[in-house]
Design a binder for this molecule. Structure first.
Ligand code: FAD
Ligand code: EPU
Length: 283
């Protein structure tokens, strides 16, 4: 009815791990298309950088924010901006975060540079409150627009319950757009902070991966715990616990979701502390 482009596609190509079978992908560009897409069971796919998708794919429709919902307007809003902070126009949930972070650096706008190196989309990164010890998405948000099957609302970050890798936004509520709240700085200062935060990634593997498998329990590195259990280099099929950093599982080429699940089970059975999964498993 609303002319949405819908295609049956392998989801592996939308993920950083490169694993996952087929689903019906809805490329949604407008609020009306989004409401139509949410009329039946759905999942929302961002940058696919935290997902392990089953080899059989998923039966729900998979929504992907496209067109205007993947565009950005970084011009300052004259009414909301002050000398101390710039509030931008709308940035679509489908905008890739790494390009946005580079662009903000060139504009000399600070607050989000701690998220350098996170291969998410803006919507997925906000939903998870992605971050590092140098900063998280929460630090740079002014308004968040959230769509649900019941309608769309705009909230300020203060109305949500934020935590480590958590925005408090319920599952399947869709972050469609955000306005950023940034501190005027200089490109040089932002670059220096970005480079500093990026140093922490030196020890992370460069291969296909969905990032860290487990959350850090109580501030302790899950990677260190998995490493201390002697599991670096453990391989199941074509999935490997990275020799560089034990909280990363990498795809050596042709890995399956089943290989990754088996490695997660090995880790859970060998690490003495209970670990909470950071990845999301589909279905
Ligand atoms: P996806 O993986 O596509 O989806 C993850 C979840 O978000 C799903 O539940 C999905 O439904 C939901 N979602 C996606 N888009 C939306 C939306 N618009 N609205 C509502 N929900 C949505 N994470 C960190 O926090 N810190 C790091 O330092 C970090 N480093 C990483 C390094 C590498 C190399 C990789 C591959 C990953 C890393 N990650 C890191 C993990 C990952 O990037 C984050 O979890 C990120 O928030 C996932 O966002 P995404 O857009 O890729 O979401
Ligand atoms: N360590 C080991 N062995 C390992 C891995 C780490 O001994 O195999 C030790 C390191 O030597 C270091 C400590 O553990 O002393 C911490 O390691 P690191 O600096 O790599 O940080 P991390 O806690 O393992 C966290 C995030 C990363 C984020 C980095 C940098 C989580 C689960 N992980 O890793 O986020 O990029 O800090 O800020 O919070 C992600 O969430 O997907 C992710 C990659």
């Amino acid at each position: 009815r609303t002319g949405t482009r819908v295609e049956r596609l392998p989801l592996a190509r939308f993920t950083t791990l490169g694993v996952g079978g087929e689903a019906e992908v809805w490329f949604v560009e407008t609020a009306a298309q989004l409401q139509e897409a949410m009329e039946a069971p759905y999942r929302i796919l961002g940058g696919g950088s935290n997902l392990v998708i089953a080899d059989e794919g998923v039966s729900e429709r998979v929504i992907r924010l496209s067109g205007p919902l993947a565009e950005r307007d970084l011009s300052p809003d004259g009414q909301l901006s002050t000398d101390e902070q710039i509030v931008t126009g709308w940035v679509g949930g489908g905008v890739p975060l790494p390009g946005l972070i580079r662009q903000l650096q060139k504009l000399g706008l600070s607050n989000l540079e701690g998220t350098v190196g996170i291969p998410a989309q803006v919507g997925g990164a906000v939903w998870m409150n992605a971050g590092t010890r140098y900063g998280e998405m929460f630090d740079g948000l002014h308004t968040i627009e959230i769509a649900t099957p019941g309608g769309t609302r705009q909230v300020s970050p203060a109305e949500l319950d934020w935590g480590y890798r958590d925005s408090g936004i319920p599952r399947n509520h869709i972050v469609t757009r955000v306005r950023l709240k940034l501190r005027p700085s200089t490109p040089e200062e932002v670059l220096a902070k970005m480079d500093f935060a990026d140093q922490a990634r030196k020890g992370q593997p460069k291969m296909k991966t969905p990032g860290c498998a487990f959350k850090n329990p109580g501030g302790v590195s899950a990677g260190r715990l998995i490493d201390e259990a002697g599991l670096k280099g453990t391989r199941v099929g074509n999935a490997l616990i990275a020799p560089e950093h034990a909280n990363f599982i990498v795809n050596l080429g042709g890995a399956t979701a089943a290989d990754v699940h088996a490695l997660l089970d090995v880790i859970r059975s060998r690490v003495p502390v209970p670990l909470e999964l950071e990845y999301e498993l589909w279905p």
